[in-house]
Design a protein around this ligand. Structure first.
Ligand code: 2NL
Length: 356
């Protein structure tokens, strides 16, 4: 019996995994196991023998069962320790850098412009980028023979065969949005309309899609003086320094009188600095809204008057952020923008990772 005990205690101690441990259990204390068979033999013994062997066999069975469960637990512990060693994770490591993107400079400038005009009581109006020739041209006092309406400047939408209505156009300015706002809200009105506009033109200083912001203020006693104050207030806030403006007489079909507006600047080794010096830079067209345009928007020109202006967003973005080529906005990748000092572009990296 001692041999039996030693044999199983030894086998259990050397079992490598739970499956072989289970085999041992069946072999020793299972229904037909060695110890169970021995217990069955008790019946054939004399009472004296049984009194000695019975307790011994029971004790042996208990000892083996105890050894089995102790070993089972030890194997489970060992397996857990193996996993803990293999799957160890250092939670004290610093977190990975997030990949940081950045807003496009044109979107950023639209936000800046919107905020500055909002402080002066202007709200933002938006409208379709494809519009009728009425909203894009006629309502703006641009008659059918006007050069701005010539095929070379305007993108016309295709009409179905046999549909003889005038074609829709890709808006060439955001003015149609202002006409729609006049119709919808009437006077008084103070809005700016930022957005994409389209002209069939492509060279160093023109892209077929560009961005414009137009402004419109209609009330009982609006004058060019209000226009000048609003624009100087805007440019000073936008460039972060006092900026003088110069108004030059001009002509637009939708304003009378009309003025082109220059801002004060200085040229310093090939680049321009706004708000100092005695040079001038043309940035904007403006004027008093033509009575015919007010009427087209459903506003009585005998009762109301207003100023309007329009400027290129890409242009003023280039001026503020020192981007010399318009095409950097559209033809380039992030390396270009980084080159021009958009600091928030400088962090797209994974610590110790692949990209930098
Ligand atoms: C330019 C000229 C301008 C306007 C846009 C406007 C809009 C309405 C009525 C009257 Cl609804 N005028 N817009 C007025 C003057 C000039 O833009 O050269 N922009 C870059």
């Amino acid at each position: 019996m001692d041999d039996l005990r030693d044999k199983y205690i030894d086998l259990i101690a050397n079992a490598g995994d739970e499956a072989s441990l289970e085999d041992l259990r069946v072999q020793a204390v299972g229904k037909k196991g060695e110890i169970s068979l021995k217990m069955r033999e008790l019946g054939k013994m004399t009472p004296e023998e049984r009194q000695i062997m019975g307790p011994k066999l029971n004790a042996l069975k208990d000892e083996i069962n105890t050894a089995l469960s102790a070993k089972k637990e030890a194997l489970a512990d060992a397996a857990l320790n193996e996993r803990l060693k293999a799957e160890w994770l250092d939670v004290t490591l610093p977190a990975r850098d997030a990949r940081v993107g950045t807003i496009h400079p044109v979107s950023q400038v639209i936000e800046e412009v919107t905020t500055i005009f909002a402080d002066m009581g202007f709200s933002v109006a938006e409208g379709p980028q494809i519009d009728t020739d009425f909203y894009n041209f006629d309502a703006l006092n641009i008659p059918g023979h006007h050069p701005a309406r010539a095929e070379m400047d305007t993108f016309y939408m295709h009409r179905a065969e046999g549909d003889n209505r005038p074609p829709h156009v890709l808006r060439t300015h955001t003015s149609p949005v202002q006409i729609r706002s006049m119709e919808e809200h009437g006077a008084p009105l103070r809005i700016i309309c930022p957005g994409r506009v389209y002209r069939a033109d492509y060279d160093q200083t023109h892209t077929p899609m560009f961005h414009q912001v137009e402004g419109l203020a209609i009330d009982k006693n609006i004058s060019m003086a209000n226009l000048k104050w609003v624009l100087e207030e805007f440019f000073s806030a936008y460039f972060g320094t006092t900026v003088k403006t110069r108004f030059r007489a001009s002509h637009f079909p939708f304003t009378e009188p009309s003025a082109e507006v220059d801002i004060q600047c200085q040229w310093k080794d090939g680049s321009v600095v706004v708000g100092e010096g005695d040079d001038w830079l043309e940035v904007l067209g403006s004027g008093m809204v033509h009575p015919k345009v007010l009427a087209a928007g459903g506003i009585d020109p005998d009762e109301w008057q207003g100023f309007a202006f329009g400027m290129g967003i890409d242009r003023i973005a280039m001026l503020k952020y020192g981007i010399p080529d318009l095409r950097a906005f559209f033809d380039s990748d992030l390396r270009w923008l980084r080159h021009y000092g958009f600091a928030s572009l400088d962090v797209p990296t994974i610590r110790g990772g692949l990209s930098r």
